[in-house]
Structures are given as C-alpha cells and as structure tokens.
Ligand binder design. Structure first.
Ligand code: SAM
Length: 239
C-alpha cells in the first residue's frame, strides 16, 4: 500500500560513481587498498547544485553511502566472508558483506577535486565500487572523531597480505603504448596484489589457468606461477 508509513524510508540516489571497475570481479574488498583507482561521482539533479558541496573542497576524505545495486535483494543472517576462505560463517552484521538488508554500503574515499562547471562532479581516489553504483549520501570524514587506530577488528585484524605481481614483457609493451601507463600499471599491481582469484582456487598455485579482470577499458589476463618458490601473479596480456 502507498500510505505514508514512518517505518519505510525511500532512498533516492544523489548521483552515480563512474569508476575504473567495469565489473565486480577484481575490485578490492575495501577502499584504499588500490589508491591508484580513480573515480568520478557525478551528482544528479536536484542534488547537483554547487551550493550543496560548498566547503567540501577543504576535506581530504569522504564517506560515501551507496547501494550494492548489483547484489540480489535478499539476505540471510549468516554470510561467508572471503577473508575466512569462504567456508566459515559469521553474522551478516558482523561483516561487510554486499548481501545485507537494505543493501547499503559505506566507503571512505579520498577527495581529489570538485568540478562545478556543469552540475557537480567529484574526483575520488581509492574507491571499491563498481562503475554505475548509485550513491545516496556524502559526508566529510572527521579524523579526530572517527579514526581509531587501536580498534579491534574481529576476523579481519589487519591489512590482507600482498601477493607478488610481475608483468610479462608483452604486457609491459602494451602498457607502454598508453597515455595512462603509469597509473594503469599501479592499478593493475594493486588490484592483483589483493589476489582476486576465488578462494577455492587460491591454493592451486601453478595450474597455468588464465584469469581475466577488467580495469578501465582493458582486459588484464593473468595467471599464477611459482617464482623463487613464491606464488606470483603474472600479467600475461593487457588488451
Ligand atoms: N567498503 C564497502 C562497505 O564496507 O560497505 C564495500 C565493501 S564490499 C565487501 C566490497 C565489494 O563490493 C567489492 O569487492 C565489490 O566486489 C563489491 N561491489 C562494489 N560495488 C558494488 C555494487 N554496486 N553492487 C554490488 N557489489 C558491489
């Protein structure tokens, strides 16, 4: 029924993120893990009024509230965090799972610029959102209130360990042709160092199997191999 109900709250996107991540696969699991990832947040009318962002340029970091629009609109009380290898369960509210009631996400991102020439476009760095993600709110980050370096972080106590990444000469040649080669090189390295392979395939270090991850407008093909006895992700081609 359409009767006004104080227990239902409709959310309207204030804008959309256009990011370096055309697909969900490969996106780091938290913002800041790939600082080379850049994105634009394009505000939509009537929220794209320059007055609405007055003063925001003096903040370096923002909280984005957004909708996990590519997740199904259903949830269950238990989820399997990839961090636990995908086989242990924790409560949905003890996780950052994308499968949650209301599908609300929260990411801390770096603000690098604001353009108000035509509407409002924010340039961001380090976000963990697929391109097209609807954003429902922006708030400036207050380090003196919100930074808690000694906080206890449950099953995710520290930054995930990094996987070594190497580039095949053919991939380096393709990179060299591009005007964004430096930032794309950094982005690929940061994304692959999080080991985006599915948890059940991570043990299989040298199957030779090719994986593909899309970043910006390219397809990055990589495989796992052993180098100096360490599993390494090698970029084979950038197309
Ligand atoms: N920092 C946010 C949070 O804690 O709410 C997101 C954490 S969530 C674990 C990060 C993952 O969400 C990414 O690795 C990506 O696969 C997925 N993701 C990003 N944007 C999405 C979207 N619009 N819909 C569904 N999944 C998305």
């Amino acid at each position: 029924d359409d009767a006004p109900n104080s227990e239902h709250f409709a959310l309207r996107p204030i804008g959309h993120v256009m990011s370096d991540y055309p697909d969900k696969f490969g996106i780091p699991r938290q913002p800041g893990l790939a600082p080379a990832a850049s994105a634009r947040l394009v505000l939509a009318p009537p929220y794209n009024d320059p007055l609405a962002v007055r003063g925001l340029e003096d903040f370096s970091h923002l909280w984005l509230s957004f909708i996990f629009h590519q997740s199904p609109d259903r949830w269950s009380p238990l989820v399997r965090p990839p961090r636990l290898g995908g086989n242990k369960k924790v409560g949905v509210f003890a996780s950052r799972s994308t499968h949650r009631p209301n599908r609300l996400g929260l990411s801390l991102v770096r603000l690098v610029g604001i353009n108000t020439q035509q509407g409002v476009v924010l340039t961001l760095q380090g976000c963990d959102l697929v391109s097209g993600t609807p954003v429902v709110d922006i708030k400036p980050y207050l380090p003196w209130a919100e930074s808690q370096p000694n906080a206890q972080a449950g099953f995710a106590p520290q930054t995930p360990s990094l996987m070594p990444v190497s580039f095949h000469p053919a991939a380096l040649d393709s990179l060299a042709q591009r005007s964004d080669s430096a930032t794309l090189h950094a982005l690929i390295e940061q994304v692959l160092s999080q080991d985006p392979r599915p948890a059940y395939q991570q043990k299989d270090s040298a199957s030779g199997r090719l994986y593909g991850v899309r970043l910006r407008d390219v397809d990055v093909q990589f495989r796992a191999c052993l180098k100096d006895e360490a599993t390494t992700l090698e970029v084979m081609a950038i197309e």
